[in-house]
Structure formats: C-alpha cells, structure tokens
Design a protein around this ligand. Sequence first.
Ligand code: HEM
Length: 489
Amino acid sequence: WTTSNGHPLPPGPPAEPFIGHIRILPSQYQWKTFAELGRKYGDIVYMHIFGRPMIVLNSILSATELMVERGANYSDRPRLVLLSEIMSWDSFLTFLPYGDRFRKYRRLMQQHFNSTAVNKFKPLQIEETHRFLKNMLDSPEQFERHIHLLNASTMMMVTYGHRVTTESDEYVRTAERAIELTVEAGSPGTHLVDFVPWLRFLPTWMPGAAFKRYAFKIRRLVRDMLDIPVNRLKEDMASKTARPSFASALLNAYEQQQTVDYSHEEDIKGVTAGIFGGMNLTQAVLMSFVLAMVLHPEAAAKAQKEIDAIVGHDRLPDFHDREYLPFVDCVMKETLRWNTPVPLGIPHRAMNSDIYRGKCIPAGTMVIANIWKMMRDEQFYLEPERFQPERFQCADSRNATLDPKSAIFGFGRRVCPGRFFSDNGIWLAMVCLLATFDFLPPIDDDGREVMPKPGFQSGFTSHPMPFKCRISRRSERAALLVRQAPTEQ
Ligand code: HEM
C-alpha cells in the first residue's frame, strides 16, 4: 500500500476487505501473535480494523524513536468511545487525550512522585511492609490476600491518608468492581461502538443497547471512585483528623489558592484516582516474585546470602541497604522482565501523519508497544524464557542486557508517573520477604514436593495463574524481628 503522500505504509499481513485484520487478532495473548507477525514483517507491523490504522512496535528501538524522540506527536491516547466517553474513564489521567488538561495532571503527579519527592513516602512504605510481614507470619498461606492489602493500604495512605484494614474497604471494593466489570466488557477499543460511534446515541431501552446499560452501571462506579475518597478526606480535613497525603496537599493548595494551575476539585479527583491501576500492577509483580522464588530456590538462596552478609540477623532490611545488595536488584529486574506486568502497555495515538524509516504512519494511528516481546529480545537477553537474575550482573557484549525498567513502565511523555514510587515499594517488599521467609513448593499426598507450573493470565495486565506454595519463616530470630518491627507512625 502507498499513501497519498507517496510513502508506503509499514509492512503487515494481508487484510480482508472492510473488516481489515480483525480476524487475525486473537482475543487472548495478543502479544504472542504480534511477536510472530514481527518475525515475519519486521519490528513495526501495520494493521487496520474497520479502516482504523494501528501499528505494533516490537523493538525498544522503534518504541524509543517514535514514542520518546517524537513524543510531541505520539503522546495522545486513542479515542475509546465505550471506555472513555460512555463509561467515563476519561476523567482519569491514564485515558486523557494529550492537551492542556493532560499536562496539568502530569505536572501534579510529577511534583509529588518524581525520583526525589518519593523519598517522603519511604517511612510509610516501611510501616506498611512491616504490617504485611506480620500478616505473613500469622497466615502465610494467605499470601495473596496479604499482598493485596499491602498494595491497597499503601496506595490509599499515600493518596488519601486512608488506612485499608480489610478487603471489604468501601473504596477498594468500588474501584475493583469498576475495573472488573470494565475488563469483562472486552479489550479497550475493540467494541462495535468504538468503530461505529453513533451507536452511543441509541436510547438505553432499545434492543441492541445492552452495552450502554452495562456501561452506565460502570459509569456510576467510576463516579464513586472519584467522589468517595475525596469527599471522605474533605470531612476529615474539616474535623482536623486527616493525615497528610497527596490529595490533602492538592486540596490545601486549592483552598488557599496557592496555585492557579488547577481550577476545579474535579481535577484533584481525576489526578488522584489514577493511582488505582498502580495497585493492581504491584500485585502482579509481587505474585510473580513469589512464584519465581518457589521455582528458583537457587536464586532465592543467593539473594538471602547477600542479605544476611550485609543486613545481619539483628534488624530488618531498609532502604539504605539497597546499594549494597546488587543481587537483590538483579532478582527484581529479572522478575519484571520474566512477567512483564502490562504486556502491551497502554496504546498511544499519532496525532499527525509521520514518515519513519521511509514508511508513512497515518494521522490517528493507534500505536501499541509490545513490551512483552521487547523483554524477550535475544539481542539483549540470551535464553529469554529462562529466569536468570545473573544476566544483569555481567552485561558483556555476549549478554548485553537492557534494564527492564526502561520499557515496562511505558514510554515518552506518557511513561508511568508512579514508577519511582513502585520501584521503592516493590524492592522493599521483596528484600523483606527474602530476609524473613523461605518459599517452597507444595507437597502432594505422597509427601513429595511438586513444583507449580508457571503460567500467566491473558489480559490487559499479566498476573500469574493461581498457584500453591509453602511459605515458612526462615528462623525464630527472623520471626521475632518481624513481631518487634514498629508499625505505628
Ligand atoms: C509495577 C508497577 C507499575 C507498572 C509496571 C506500571 C506501568 C505503566 C504503564 C506501562 C503505563 C502506560 C505508559 C504509556 O502509556 O506509555 C502506566 C501509566 C500510568 N501509571 Fe503506572 N505502572 C505501575 C505502577 C504505578 C503506580 C504505583 C502508580 C501511581 C502512583 C501508577 C500510575 C500511573 C498513571 C497515572 C499512568 C497514566 C499516565 C499517562 O497516561 O500519562 N502506576 N503505568
């Protein structure tokens, strides 16, 4: 295909008339299909669905050259009629189109979550991690629930000063329900109304408008996600019982008119509620870590040896130990690489048509970064399917490694603003777990150890398939340290 400007489109598989490539796209594990297409057509693959163009970037080079270096053109989000406009997720930074409101929200996130600002959250992350370790000691078999509570409580404390003590917490339940129903509605950008936008004007009572009734249910939950925590915080601030938080800092500045940068409470709701996606991702990473430690006891033992030598047995690890624990960092990087938390990132959109490597990328093209494939690029990672933290120890020309953190958080002007904060939290949880617990395979009826089979769910975020394991305290001394760890700020 040659476009009107005389440049061909990037290569891609043959399309069917009108519907384009819709039948090539599987509903599950799309990143694997995209990687196969990449082997055949190169690291930029062009496709279209009902005439709407999309490209898949299979290499870190093309993602960097387009989404970072040409960020002014590639930082928009695709127009998702069902998700953004009907369910109203477009109140959140994550789905905002590129423009003034986006820049305003990013600036606010950046002020509080940049690489130095996140240091102020460290005492809270330590406290929440201690609480988590105590829960692990009491009921290690419920590790998934404890990880969930750790993430929910840390994020809610940081953002709204609200401590989550149970899974039935009103805000967390509302947010999880909204996300669950949204995910069940199908992949963003693949619903009929996304391609035939006038369908959104169908009255809800009409046959064929079931999607709209369903979407309205989600819209109410999304509204609650925005309103409940900020309204509760305002009550606490009025009664002088609020803890300092991201949202309270924004509300204070707004009320005292210290800034003209944001003009409406709705902005505060939109920017703070963006944190929820982060909880789910940190959960995916820590669950993958537990699975990796069960499957690779040699990696866990090596990290534990390093921790014992540096931290000793009289205290729990802390942030200031990090620079002396290089192997723990390797385990963290390998965990992030091995199970990429967001395999296809969040799609960007080209605002204007562009020429790249002699090919035309039309205006409006949806740009998908296949981060899963980038984390398996043999140019950087030998035997990419193997879990091998050592690959990050010796970056020589044969095994030149790329830090997964340069890809798994996305690219350019839309790169994850929570990346420094989650880097700290994930590291602390991993190092404390390694210092105090052993991770063992479950035992079958004949008393034999059975290694769990590693597998990851398909979906927008990649979580390990449910698995069983035994988690036991490393020693009575370790258990005592956990019991004595301070948890009240
Ligand atoms: C392991 C943890 C995390 C991973 C892997 C992750 C990954 C990502 C990715 C891939 C994107 C899309 C970037 C792009 O469009 O190129 C993103 C966006 C975003 N993340 Fe994260 N994230 C994590 C944790 C967090 C946390 C803890 C927060 C909140 C403090 C957060 C807040 C956001 C927001 C608000 C956006 C939307 C940014 C925008 O559209 O401009 N994330 N994240």
